[in-house]
Design a protein around this ligand. Structure first.
Ligand code: FES
Ligand code: FES
Length: 243
């Protein structure tokens, strides 16, 4: 018997393992049969131990709620299952698909939107919990045909490749600069001793943007785009003024 590389994580066990037929006994339990029987017994034991085999889980009927969300300056009335995330409300109910679903677990930042000016992961926020707050999505940053300065900077500095993470990166960067303007510190501010009014060095920008992942690895250009806007706003030193 020798092991072969599985074609995919879902490849059945018997396809992952090549068995020399000559090595299998003429009668009795073959290795293939043994492996199948062991896998079946193991699955049955786990289901039985967890109680899943006997008891199907209860179905909880959706509880609908009327909610009016303030999004990009407009009131948007909705009837939502109270368990609906803000991200699903935006994408599935309001057709605002600029905010992206990367992980749906608060790990990638692709869904970042602004709630009362603060950045949040919309996938971890219940829509009903933000009624009464002003929600800004990537669609609401531009004024007509005039892009937000952060959007223009991402274009100018080529701060994206596939663009999937970009709406979240831009919303996050807008809020990150506002946080710096208010004097909010990051862990880098402490390590650099820059505690009074943090200057946005590249290390500060990388730290403050660390909740937004880019699977294309466009990080150098993302930092350049954020740095350029920070310089325009007096939050970062301009080139030649020292790092
Ligand atoms: Fe929300 Fe990844 S989709 S953090
Ligand atoms: Fe592709 Fe960031 S540009 S994921």
């Amino acid at each position: 018997m020798r092991l072969a590389l599985p074609a995919s994580p879902c490849t059945p066990l018997e396809d992952e393992i090549e068995i020399d037929p000559a090595a299998e006994p003429a009668g009795g339990l073959s290795r293939r049969s043994f492996l199948k029987a062991a896998a079946t017994a193991s699955a049955a034991a786990s289901l039985s131990g967890s109680g899943l085999a006997e008891k199907p889980g209860p179905t909880v009927p959706p509880k609908l709620s009327s909610v009016t969300l303030q999004i990009n300056g407009s009131a948007r009335p909705l009837q939502l299952d109270t368990r609906t995330s803000l991200l699903d409300a935006l994408r599935e109910h309001l057709d605002l698909t600029g905010s992206k679903k990367g992980c749906d677990h608060g790990q990638c930042g692709a869904c970042t939107v602004l709630v009362d000016g603060r950045r949040v992961n919309a996938c971890l926020t219940l829509a009903v919990a933000v009624e009464g707050s002003e929600i800004t999505t990537i669609e609401g940053l531009a004024h007509g045909d005039d892009l937000h300065p952060m959007q223009s900077s991402f274009v100018e500095h080529d701060g994206f490749q596939c663009g999937y993470c970009t709406p979240g990166q831009i919303c996050s960067a807008v809020a990150a600069l506002d946080e710096a303007k208010k004097g909010e510190l990051s862990v880098v501010s402490f390590s650099s001793g820059n505690l009074s009014s943090p200057t946005l060095t590249d290390d500060e920008i990388r730290e403050r943007m660390s909740g937004n992942l880019c699977r294309c690895g466009a990080y150098p250009n993302i930092v350049a785009a954020v740095r350029a806007v920070a310089q325009q706003q007096g939050l970062a030193k301009t080139q030649g003024a020292g790092a």
